[in-house]
Design a protein around this ligand. Structure first.
Ligand SMILES: [Zn+2]
Length: 174
């Protein structure tokens, strides 16, 4: 007997992105990303964190000072989830790949996404108070003919699972 109800691809891949975000040590923002190739195979995952080999105990690297002091800002040291997923990929070929990501990409990640040939971005939420940067990313996506869509706008029936999974992050709150 075939099971009638099972997880959609979109929900599955976004769930992998969310699970990856649970690895992040950033107190304020935990993001995850999952790259899926044209054959629906996961070829890269990542979360926001320090470059390989850098100690998480280094002073200043997790400070969030809004870039007033570049030496003491996490924005100097942390690699975003999308970039990490791209760096970690097991396949060179990302043509027609889809990126599932917990937050709409920043301008820097957008450039990398465009450059490696990803053709679609599915995001969970948009960063508030970053309208201009979001607009710039959208401009780049549109110009490069990359589709971007909010997970909530997808035509699938199991979106609620992702909402429930997001809430489980409280398990790791301290
Ligand atoms: Zn980014």
């Amino acid at each position: 007997m075939k099971k009638e109800k099972y997880m959609s691809w979109d929900c599955y891949f976004m769930a992998v992105a969310i699970l990856s975000s649970f690895r992040s040590k950033d107190k304020k923002t935990q993001n995850g990303a999952c790259i899926v190739n044209a054959h629906k195979r996961i070829v890269g995952v990542g979360y926001n964190g320090l470059p390989r080999g850098l100690s998480d105990e280094l002073p200043h690297v997790w400070e969030d000072e809004d870039d007033k002091n570049i030496y003491c800002s996490k924005h100097t040291y942390v690699i975003h989830a999308e970039q990490n997923a791209i760096h970690n990929r097991i396949s060179q070929n990302l043509e027609d790949a889809t990126l599932y990501v917990t937050q709409f990409p920043c301008k820097e990640c957008t450039k990398s996404i465009v450059q490696v040939g990803i053709k679609k971005v599915v995001y969970l939420r948009k960063k508030l108070n970053h309208e201009e940067e979001n607009k710039a990313a959208e401009l780049m996506f549109r110009s490069a003919e990359i589709e971007y869509i909010s997970f909530n706008d997808l035509d699938i029936e199991d979106k609620e699972f992702v909402t429930l999974l997001t809430q489980t992050n409280e398990f790791y709150e301290n």
